[in-house]
Design a protein around this ligand. Sequence first.
Ligand code: 5CA
Ligand code: ZN
Length: 418
Amino acid sequence: MKSWPAAFVPQVPGRSPDVRVRDTVTGELLPAAVGESASVYVCGITPYDATHLGHAATYVTFDLLVRALRDSGVAVRYIQNITDIDDPLLDRAERDGIGWEELATREIDLFREDMTALAVLPPDEYLGAVESIPTFIEPIEKLLASGDAYLVPAPDASHAGAHDVYFDVSRDPKFGSVSRLDEAGMLDLFAERGGDPDRPGKRNRLDALMWRAHREGEPSWDGGQLGPGRPGWHIECACIACNRLGVPIDVQGGGTDLIFPHHEMSAAHARAFSGKPTFARAYVHQGMVGLDGEKMSKSKGNLVFVSELRRRGVDPMAIRLALLARHHAEDWFWEDRDLASAQERLATWRAAVSGNGGPPAEETVAEIRAALADDLDSPQALTAVDRWAKESLTHGGDDLGAPGVLARALDALLGIRL
Ligand code: 5CA
Ligand code: ZN
């Protein structure tokens, strides 16, 4: 799938210290890279609606990670998917009387525009589920052969004798190790987040769909021995991540809403078909951005769209700065004053780098790097810049190169173009 243009990343003298992230599974600070390379997989959008500020926060967070790692001298390989076939997409297309492919294409295009405007660097590969379907078949067949997956009759399918394929969670001794939820906690979230605990014929209520046999009126693809159908959600990310990055990957990213079942199941699938004990060395999860007291979500409809703010003439750099003002692990509620204070901050920074010289910037650049290397602490990085800007605006400074150095550092490390 086509991604979006890579913004130019200026060179900044010096280099970031080794980047550490707080692993949401163990709660520990872990190095985001081992040695000189890092593989990062971030769960992408389900393109049935426009990019809201919660999505944007997630992709800005992982953009910071990629920028910090590259600045520390690490070669990053970054993959992101698009869930361009799933029930919510089909449901929305039907509700709106539009083809599901047309809807997906429209929303992916808008997402690309939003990412470009927000100066989010593109992944090295941007992969749709649909275009990747042929790579899902063999792993599913392998899991059927090993007994980790099983067939459930699908009498409502379009062809006689059809079966759906489910993953048997009871076969996985490590199941639960990502979310560390008990069974009741898992069951609470499973139905809410796309699972089907009451499907007759399953061995365990938490077993996850891997392949859905073709039903009348639904799109389907060749599944080889699995028959025509379409893939389940978790196997997509498991296969794309493993195929493109190898196992274990260094960082699995996404929002906290994906911890269970999505990241639990993807890890379980990947361990089972790869035979490797660990799917991801570290999990980084973006806290939920909400509005009016609730998580922003497409199903609830309490959304602020990036494209809508842009249409109203809001500077995308102010949107990005508003998102950076919150630590990625924090849940928070968007308010108009978040944008107002980001606009004010942006104006202050712009004024500060427009002078003829300023206070030396090296220390500030080092503070930005140190903050980001410490679990992507963007609020701390912004505070360092605020200090430099205040000093520059109140006392000036005779370091003629400083404003330029700082402007390049903000661009390269924070993705903020002044
Ligand atoms: N396609 C799947 C992942 S494979 C998906 O969750 N798509 S999504 O469009 O619903 O979300 C895209 C990304 O934004 C995911 O990483 C998700 O965790 C994150 N996200 C969704 N809602 C919010 C929110 N309110 N705040 C922060 N991040 C969010
Ligand atoms: Zn995913």
